[in-house]
Write a protein that binds this ligand. Structure first.
Ligand SMILES: Cc1ncc(COP(=O)(O)O)c(C=O)c1O
Length: 388
């Protein structure tokens, strides 16, 4: 079989592979604690579920407009104006099945050979995968453990060339759990404004799970809204990963291209999930708040627990639900740590190498699991490491 050469450039998300391995062990009767997969372990709030079921009963089971139901686009625009302070118009909103397609479409619309795309590393693996797929050159913006996984912005200035077309930001960040400060975003905005051809893709999917201060969007900085593609959605904030509902808030000149990519690929997001999305944005937000409060308790448990294990260092996570400790002091590589944690400690976690070159020497643990399981996992990892 001959496949297109660009297919060979596609990477993957190892969380799904590690989950599959864990399922095999579980089928053999082994107990595994799942700290690999990046999805809230909470149910979708009841009023959202009911809105989705009602929509199915009401016949929202057909194709809808490619860019999304007008009432959802309006709700998203209103929400963004309120929470980010942007001037978002419904016409800027493109609704997609999950937020991931916005990543895909942005990179397909802007990436091509000869173009450079700056992206966080360690970072969400699909960024680098998709940059390569388009033929563009991935330029890693390193996040440093000693800076609590923030970038060096002087170094970022040096990465920008006349070939740079896109800078990807992710705050709060997967896998590092860091969150860019307002001052950092302002510095980045000033850099971007010196280069008229550069867009920013701001992946804000974890914006509601933040332990320090308020979320701040680069799009709210004067002159940046027209240069920023905001990627956001319902998966994390409303525990709706399986509903597949996300969106982009896209500068006017990019909207037709993004919509054309959507019509060429998915036609539209399911209409009943879009109805549920309206209920999510417009209904009570106490589910989001309760979930974030519970994640804050687990963050303490996991960060303190990891630090108590010899050879492990763990910067304080600032947002999302991931800890990204250095495991270099254990003498294992991150791949070995992933394998032995699963096989010998019964803990599924991810090698940091899956998040890019600068993730080597680290592992990612998702704390989207109960306090009890987190404590148990820490105990089992501690025993594994002490026995090395
Ligand atoms: C940083 C980041 N962006 C985007 C997504 C995609 O979200 P969705 O499930 O809505 O496609 C994820 C999911 O894990 C993520 O971690």
């Amino acid at each position: 079989m001959t496949v297109a050469a660009r297919i060979m450039d596609l990477g993957t998300e190892s969380a799904f592979e590690v989950l599959a391995k864990a399922r095999v062990l579980e089928a053999q009767g082994k107990e595994i604690i799942h700290l690999e997969i990046g999805e809230p372990d909470f149910d979708t709030p009841r009023h959202i579920v009911e809105a989705g079921m009602q929509a199915i009963s009401d016949g929202f089971t057909h194709y809808g407009p490619t860019a999304g139901l007008p009432e959802l686009r309006e709700a998203i625009a209103r929400n963004s104006r309120e929470v980010r302070g942007t001037t978002t118009d419904p016409a800027n909103v493109v609704v997609t099945p999950g937020a991931k397609p916005i990543m895909f479409y942005t990179l397909l619309a802007l990436g091509e050979p000869g173009v450079e795309v700056i992206y966080p590393n360690p970072g969400f693996p699909i960024y680098e995968s998709m940059i390569r797929f388009t033929g563009a050159t991935p330029v890693p913006m390193r996040l440093f453990e000693e800076r609590a996984y923030h970038p060096d912005l002087d170094a970022l200035a040096g990465l920008i060339t006349d070939k740079t077309r896109l800078i990807i930001l992710n705050s709060p960040e997967n896998p590092c759990g860091s969150a860019l400060t307002k001052a950092e975003l302002e510095t980045i905005a000033n850099l971007v404004k010196q280069h008229p051809g550069i867009y920013v893709m701001a992946d804000e999917i974890y914006k509601d799970i933040l332990y320090t201060g308020e979320h701040y969007s680069i799009a709210s900085i004067p002159g940046m809204e027209e240069r920023t593609i905001i990627l956001d959605g319902f998966s994390k904030s409303y525990a709706m990963t399986g509903w597949r509902l996300g969106y982009g808030i896209v500068p006017e000149e990019l909207v037709p291209h993004v919509v054309k990519l959507a019509v060429n690929s998915v036609s539209c997001a399911a209409t009943f999930t879009q109805k549920a999305g309206i209920a999510a944005l417009e209904g009570a937000q106490d589910g989001v708040e309760a979930m974030a409060a519970e994640f804050a308790v687990r963050r303490r448990l996991i960060a303190d627990g990891l630090r108590s294990i010899p050879g492990i260092k763990c910067p304080e996570p600032e947002g999302a639900f991931y800890a990204f400790p250095s495991i270099e002091g254990t003498g294992l590589s991150s791949g070995e740590f992933e394998d032995r944690a699963m096989a010998e400690a019964g803990v599924a976690l991810l090698s940091g190498g899956a998040f890019g070159e600068y993730g080597k020497g680290y592992v990612r643990l998702s704390y989207a699991n109960s306090q009890e399981n987190i404590q148990k996992a820490i105990g089992q990892l501690d025993r594994l490491v002490r026995a090395l």
